[in-house]
Design a protein around this ligand. Structure first.
Ligand SMILES: NC(=O)c1ccc[n+]([C@@H]2O[C@H](COP(=O)([O-])OP(=O)(O)OC[C@H]3O[C@@H](n4cnc5c(N)ncnc54)[C@H](O)[C@@H]3O)[C@@H](O)[C@H]2O)c1
Length: 464
């Protein structure tokens, strides 16, 4: 970090500098727009589903001022071209990504950020394993950053991310983290009311994400997918591998954990947990699932004052489905979210029974403009344009660590504390910078194509 200027520019300063250089030399660079210095250029690193969505959210802030997608990077070329086609059709006037600003490969993120100027925005939507490495480079280029959750998958990665978060604040960079529910107006109103004592002291929180298998959380052996290259396979199916994503636990459960901790206004200090693997074959073809995930997780988080957060996660088909979070207080209870992320359906009840007749407050209709995926971007870009403080990196890292703490408790069968995972937790990847499709992957399968799995009580200080 020593090469970073600690008194870095705000976007306004950066714009002034960039404009000055352009005028002084009469050489308007390829990434400076003669028309106006208030244009924000955006690079998308990780051109998958969420990256495309985040780029759209970015482009939709155009009512605040000009914003253009200028650069894209991915480890797979077809991801860049297909998502460029999609975005280019929908936002023709705001997408300018010529061939020379499309980058493919593990160093693509550097080239993409080199093509921006200080004060521009980079979107980091790769699997989370790469987040701290890319954030570090973004800070060195004085870029504002939007990064998806989880921002870390293990303790050592979190320690790095926390240090980088501080550095970003020193540099006056703006950082948004894709825990978008924090920007949901209904939940925000609920948080204020809990602080004001409307349901008394918070005594218990409960959260559920019990769904069928989602995304790439279950994987059969590599051959099934016609993918020869081990690392390509693992990156394409990143929810199946702990090093890449923290597994289905971290990727899917972090939102519910985070919104509960928000309502408690604290992070838990420890966790104990159960979890297991049940049906490790696909009933459709009888083929075995060889990924590293458990099928279900049941975690008790404890806060410093003894309050509990009980979390249930399940990725098994044809079982009861629930995707919601609840809060129980000494004078009432509440629904934080009722079905997926949004609308939240935030409301309070007298008593603990959630009887319809006992509703004592509800947020009510949540209009389209309250969609937290867009609100988080509107606020992020407003902070950049108006040079207001906006750095969610620390909170994002803490949410990610608390999430990993519950996962590690389930995978080891041990009680795990916040400090323990932060200071002595397993590092899933030794040399992230050196990953290459020509080299080995961070985890390798056995002769049967199976990957190492957690063994609670046998492997006690490592997850595999
Ligand atoms: N906030 C939300 O509700 C939400 C929703 C979906 C996904 N996400 C998060 O977004 C992230 C991406 O998820 P997704 O569903 O878009 O996955 P995805 O597989 O669709 O996209 C990830 C992309 O990153 C690329 N990639 C992988 N490693 C790379 C590297 N080193 N450099 C450049 N590109 C690389 C992949 O090729 C892929 O195109 C995850 O962290 C996920 O948890 C958040």
């Amino acid at each position: 970090m020593s090469n970073i200027n600690p008194t870095g520019p705000s976007r306004r300063d950066a714009m002034a500098v960039a404009g000055g250089i352009a005028l002084g030399t009469l050489a308007i660079g390829p990434y400076l727009h003669a028309a106006g210095s208030d244009q924000i250029n955006v690079a998308l690193v990780g051109c998958g589903g969420r990256g495309t969505g985040a780029a759209e959210n970015a482009l939709k802030t155009v009512k605040q001022g000009p914003i253009v997608l200028t650069t894209m990077a991915d480890v797979f070329e077809d991801r860049v071209t297909s998502k460029l086609n999609l975005l280019g059709k929908e936002y023709a006037k705001q997408v300018e990504v010529p061939k020379e600003r499309q980058f493919v490969g593990f160093d693509g993120y550097k080239k993409a950020m080199d093509a921006l100027k200080p004060g521009d925005v980079v979107i980091l939507t790769t699997p989370p394993a790469f987040r701290w490495l890319m954030f570090q480079y973004a800070i060195s280029k004085k870029l504002n950053v939007f990064m998806e959750k989880p921002t870390t998958v293990d303790g050592p990665g979190t320690a790095k991310m926390l240090a980088l978060a501080e550095e970003a604040t020193k540099q006056n960079l703006k950082v948004g983290v894709g825990l978008m529910c924090r920007h949901c107006p209904a939940r925000g109103e609920m948080f204020k009311r809990i602080k004001d004592g409307q349901i008394g002291d918070v005594l218990l929180l409960r959260a559920y994400r019990m769904k069928g298998p989602e995304a790439t959380s279950r994987s059969k052996a590599k051959a099934f997918y016609n993918e020869e290259n081990e690392l390509k396979f693992q990156i394409k199916r990143f929810h199946s591998f702990l090093w890449a994503s923290g597994g289905c636990y971290s990727d899917f459960l972090i939102h519910n954990i985070d919104e509960c901790c928000w309502m408690k206004n604290a992070w838990p200090i420890k966790a104990q947990a159960n979890g297991g693997r049940m049906y490790r074959f696909d009933p459709a073809d009888g083929k075995e699932f060889v990924d590293q995930n458990f099928d279900s997780y049941s975690v008790e988080y404890t806060f410093a004052d003894g309050t509990k957060l009980q979390l249930e996660g399940r990725i098994m088909p044809d079982c009861k489905q629930e995707f919601a979070s609840y809060v129980h207080g000494s004078k009432g209870s509440g629904v934080i979210s009722s079905n997926s992320h949004w609308p939240s359906g935030a409301r309070f009840y007298k008593g603990q029974s959630f009887n319809k007749d006992d509703i004592m407050w509800q947020y009510g209709k949540e209009p389209a403009e309250n969609n937290p995926y867009q609100v988080e971007w509107d606020k992020f870009i407003a902070a950049i344009r108006n040079d207001q403080p906006h750095n969610e990196a620390k909170r994002g890292a803490e949410a990610s660590l608390v999430t990993s703490m519950g996962r590690m408790a389930a995978h080891t069968g041990q009680e795990i504390t916040y400090d323990q995972i932060l200071k002595t937790g397993q590092a899933f990847v030794a040399e992230l910078e050196k990953l290459s499709f020509d080299g080995p992957a961070p985890v390798m399968s056995d002769a049967n194509g199976r990957y190492p799995i957690p063994q609670p009580g046998i492997k006690k200080d490592r997850e595999y």
